[in-house]
Design a protein around this ligand. Structure first.
Ligand code: ADP
Ligand code: MG
Length: 244
């Protein structure tokens, strides 16, 4: 995948395969293109070159007679519904209760009946440990609670793939654990996940693959043991030395 913003080439040919049901953790310094890469994965950004497939289907494009055609907005939106995204800054709708936040897209986009959407939302709130907050507004919740709601909201669309962009970076240290626990459970259940994170413990324990990105390329990729304990590249070693 290649992506530039004007004359700034941000992704200089990033190759990555994430197997079904596996967790891929992406590490790398600020500005290395991690967020851009995730945003390209669900076509929030157009890519300039390369291809992306999720579950065998091209994202954002359709192939016909060996040529690629960009999808219409409506089709892109439908496709994006299969990819859940959780951001650093939660992005809950402030004027809606927790429950309303979670049922909005299943009803609006998936055309789920309200009773069914509510039942699903309550199941998901139980899973993230927030049953008692269903009627609360986001502003009354802690950052860790808001992020768990954001995860429940993404899961309500029954995504095939979940993308996390530094989901714990905006949290007070004592709230990081509760969000990582929810993500660990999700991984254990077999969700396919791409997680940009600075939580080395999480990458080590939960990641099936660890990817180190720098300067718009994948510098090093492997199992956690390979990347953390048998680091091959000097750039990776320098980064790991600074963060751990
Ligand atoms: P990371 O998430 O690894 O910190 P980003 O993907 O956010 O990196 O950014 C990579 C580079 O792309 C940075 O130099 C950033 O300033 C630039 N960039 C990101 N988004 C845009 C944009 N919409 N327009 C112009 N430059 C951008
Ligand atoms: Mg980023």
């Amino acid at each position: 995948m290649r992506k530039s913003f004007g004359s700034l080439e941000v992704l200089k040919g990033v190759n990555l395969t994430v197997d079904y049901g596996k967790v891929c953790c992406i590490l790398g310094p600020s500005g290395s293109g991690k967020s851009t890469f995730l945003r390209c994965m669900n076509h929030l950004e157009k890519i300039d070159g390369g291809l992306l497939r999720v579950g065998g289907s091209l994202v954002g494009y359709r192939e016909h007679d060996g040529k690629l055609y960009e999808m219409r907005q409506k089709e892109v939106a439908r496709q994006r519904a299969d990819i859940g995204m959780v951001f650093q800054g939660f992005h809950l709708f402030p004027h809606m209760t927790v429950l309303e936040n979670i049922i909005e897209a299943p009803i609006g986009i998936r055309k789920m009946r309200k009773a069914e959407a509510v039942a699903l939302a309550m199941d998901l709130l139980a899973k993230v440990g927030l049953t008692e907050k269903a009627q609360a507004y986001p502003a009354t919740l802690s950052g860790g609670q808001q992020q768990r709601v954001a995860i429940a909201r993404a899961l309500a669309m029954k995504p095939k793939l979940m993308l996390f962009d530094e989901p714990t970076s905006a949290l007070d240290p004592e709230l990081v654990g509760e969000v990582l626990t929810v993500m660990r459970d999700l991984a254990r259940e077999g969700m396919t996940m791409v997680v940009v994170t600075h939580e080395m413990g999480f990458a080590r324990d939960v990641g099936d693959r660890v990817v180190f990105m720098d300067g718009g390329v994948v510098v090093e990729e492997g199992t956690p043991d390979e990347v953390f304990n048998h680091t091959r590249e000097q750039r990776t070693r320098a980064f790991l030395g600074k963060v751990s």
